[in-house]
Design a protein around this ligand. Structure first.
Ligand code: PAF
Length: 281
């Protein structure tokens, strides 16, 4: 695995990979890798000839009161995991390498970036689309792999790719869960034992919505109120949002007549977790 710390090194390595006729896949990450990330790497390995992974804790997608400084960093462990998966290129730049002159140039998907997590985390998606487009320009992959857990991020990135004519296939990979159902996330590491138990309320609320839907309920407001009952029984978890939306536009849906995203975010202690499920009539 070639470890590239600078943009010229990463450009050269990815150009070499493409020059030999290989389909290059990119898995952008912020490190602290878990099975969810590794499933993206495996999907990329299965669908591409060479895989590049980026590890960069991107400061521009964190708000001033968020967890940038305490975000988990485990570079040596991450390297070992990626090596084992047969990753060809690891791009792990410093903040100075990526933003040497401060940040004045942004990529912003207006409208979508203010929905779901974008509403609770102003500026978050602007930071995500800016770093992802920089990574796309540096690595120039044929395909890029993202987790379905960040469903709003996926919608924003798909729209950016369409509007800015990136010739990159965006591939969404299923949510990976712990044996008890908690969606895997680097932020799960913040949870103490008691919070870890309480965090299961996110998955339970989605299951409740799925059950109502399977029983024939198509009214989004009814699904939301059923899910909120589940949260009411876990008062130490603060619900941020529980929404039923179109997976492409993130617009609210009133009646479910086509593929619909049910997305939840909640604070378990100070840790903000997200999860979602898709309803398919
Ligand atoms: O999903 C993430 O880990 C990040 O938002 C991403 C896509 C790597 C951009 O920093």
């Amino acid at each position: 695995m070639k470890i590239c710390l600078t943009i010229p090194e990463a450009r050269a390595a990815s150009r070499d990979a493409r020059a030999s006729g290989k389909r290059l896949g990119l898995v952008p990450t912020m490190g602290a890798l878990h099975e969810g990330h590794l499933s993206l790497v495996r999907a990329a390995n299965a669908q591409c000839d060479a895989v590049a992974v980026s590890i960069f804790v991107n400061p521009t997608q964190f708000g001033p009161t968020e967890d940038l400084s305490k975000y988990p960093r485990q570079f040596d462990r991450d390297c070992r995991l990626l090596e084992k998966e047969g990753v060809e290129i690891l791009f792990a730049p410093s903040v100075e390498e990526i933003y040497p002159n401060g940040e004045v140039t942004w990529v912003l998907v207006e409208g979508l970036s203010e929905k779901l997590d974008g509403r609770s985390r102003p500026g978050h998606f602007r930071g995500v689309t800016t770093i992802v487009s920089k990574l796309f320009h540096i690595i120039e992959p044929e395909a890029a792999f993202f987790g379905q857990k960040d469903a709003a991020q996926l919608a924003v990135i798909r729209r950016m790719v369409r509007d800015l004519n990136f010739s990159i296939e965006i591939i969404a990979c299923p949510i990976k869960r712990e044996p008890d159902g908690l969606a895997m996330s680097s932020r799960n590491a913040y949870l103490n034992r008691e919070e870890r138990g309480r965090a299961l309320v996110l998955q339970r609320s989605l299951q409740r919505a799925q059950q109502e839907f399977q029983a024939g309920e198509r009214n989004a407001a009814k699904l939301i109120s059923a899910a909120k009952e589940v949260f009411a029984r876990e008062p130490l978890v603060a619900l941020d949002y529980f929404e039923v939306v179109d997976p492409g536009t993130l617009d609210l849906v009133e009646r479910i007549s086509q593929k619909t995203l049910v997305a939840v975010a909640a604070y378990v202690g100070t840790t903000r977790l997200i999860d979602n499920t898709v309803l398919e009539p």
